[in-house]
Ligand binder design. Sequence first.
Ligand code: GLA
Length: 360
Amino acid sequence: MDFQQVFGKPPETQASAPGRVNLLGEHTDYNDGFVLPTAIPQSTTVQLGLSSDSHHHFYSENLNEQVSILDINHSPSGFASYIFGCIEVLQKAGYKIPSLCVYVKSSVPMGSGLSSSAALEVATLRALRQLLNLPIDDVEIAQFAQQAEIHYAGVQCGIMDQMASSLADTEHILFLDTRTLKRRVMPLPDNAEILVIDSGVPRTLATSGYNQRRAECEEAARSLGVKALRDITDVEVTEKLPEPLRRRARHVVTEDNRVLEVLQGVTSERFGELMNASHASLRDDYEVSVPPLDTLVELLQKTPGVFGARLTGAGFGGASVALVVAGEARSIATYVLEQYKQAGYNGQILVPSLELSDAA
Ligand code: GLA
């Protein structure tokens, strides 16, 4: 079913936004720290038209599901919550949004830690900007999108995903200082490409675990007398904290330092070592990995042609990201997925995208 078939008329405008994969700097953004994401080829497209009644109507092609907002005081759940959230944050900022018909289709994998929600939010806001000529720039789009996620999807997230979806492309890495929003577009490391494999383990407890980690970091920062953990550069300082705050803070401080090292310019080999160290820190100090993801990452790390590998996104399941020798991602994925299968799990290659390149 396309827009016309669902709503009985063609859309007035449409916009797209990509998912993202984070190469380094995990769980640092809500600590005012540093991140290194890049956009992935998969994206979400949102088509908009005006509604002929006084209600919003949202349709998801992927889910084949329609949601009508009959009472704006009652937030919807699922995919509709993100769209509704975007409309509401714009209204609260003083923009008047008419009743809309919204059609969504997406090739961004859901639940793998590749920011399908940020892609939906940014695509929705871009389409609204176009339809209504809103005077908002790409950074403000990311900020509105983050507010939608926090207040309408219940995740106390940082701003990395929305900034990446709004500002990154697939050919570069976006270095972002999440406190100042200063950024630098960097080339991918030499002779390297990105391989993303889904662990096949759905992200469970992600929202509660995520919000809990964030609260722990805020408590650690308070105990150390700083505004945010970004303000600690010497990891020794975290030693005086009680557990588990000590390990949580140690992850954030070392992870920020790893990103800053990349910013100085490193070889692909060193970049890979930093990714490996990041995974160990996320597994042991931050405790957001799960055994299948550890198995997948270990298999990747010991495969020739892999510079480094780690879990990506919030963790608690989802995908791994690896930096591999250019041109070898697919053969490495086939090899690793076979061994992953022998270990009893079923993974899937997500980037390079088989689907998108077959269609091309
Ligand atoms: C999720 C959040 C981001 C970030 C990552 C972890 O993707 O939405 O803001 O915190 O987890 O790095």
